[in-house]
Unconditional design. Structure first.
Length: 186
């Protein structure tokens, strides 16, 4: 991987291996090098314990690992399904672990939506992460409706109606990361 690739942590709010959100993030992972990004999919969401403020400062190792991956990331990509008009408990729990420690502060973030029906959760996810002082790239937070299409990763990349908006979102994320890094270097 060339040094010019920015590191992005992708977080899937679904724990299902066959999740359309996971498939969308895996497609982004394959497409990322074309936009100057290197995407790592966080695999420990389901192992994070339920957030308890009493545990701050003595977090279990898997929580520390999650926070460290966020600290090493230049940007974050999130895709989460909607359960009963809300974000999944797993993604909300992960976000709760980072509120006080601030890993999302000034972090460029794009929220992808793999279901045209998941508008309420998408808005709530963006609102929650924005409250944590992340840099939400609203124009890059897109819905790429995969529900009912049984898409595989390569299908997403082969279909211009799904590839193009994904590539645009990644390009905007790469530009925001570069702008932030240029600002930090000044």
């Amino acid at each position: 991987m060339p040094a010019s690739h920015a590191n992005v942590l992708a977080i899937c709010g679904s724990l299902r291996q066959a999740s359309i959100n996971r498939t969308l993030l895996q497609a982004a992972q394959k497409l990322a090098p074309e936009t100057g990004l290197a995407i790592t999919l966080f695999e420990g969401l389901g192992t994070l314990p339920i957030f308890n403020p009493d545990d701050e400062g003595r977090e279990p190792q898997n929580v520390l690992d999650f926070k460290n991956q966020l600290k090493r990331a230049d940007g974050v990509l999130v895709a989460s399904p909607e359960y009963a008009h809300g974000v999944t408990g797993a993604i909300k729990n992960a976000l709760d672990w980072t509120v006080a420690s601030g890993e999302f502060m000034s972090m460029p973030v794009v929220a992808l939506n793999a279901s045209g029906r998941a508008t309420i959760a998408q808005a709530a996810l963006i609102d929650t992460i924005g409250t944590m002082d992340a840099i939400i790239l609203h124009d890059a937070c897109v819905t790429i409706a995969l529900n009912g299409k049984n898409y595989a990763t390569d299908d997403i990349l082969a279909d211009e109606t799904t590839r193009h908006p994904l590539q645009q979102a990644l390009t905007m994320l790469a530009a925001a990361i570069a702008q932030k890094q240029d600002g930090n270097a000044a």
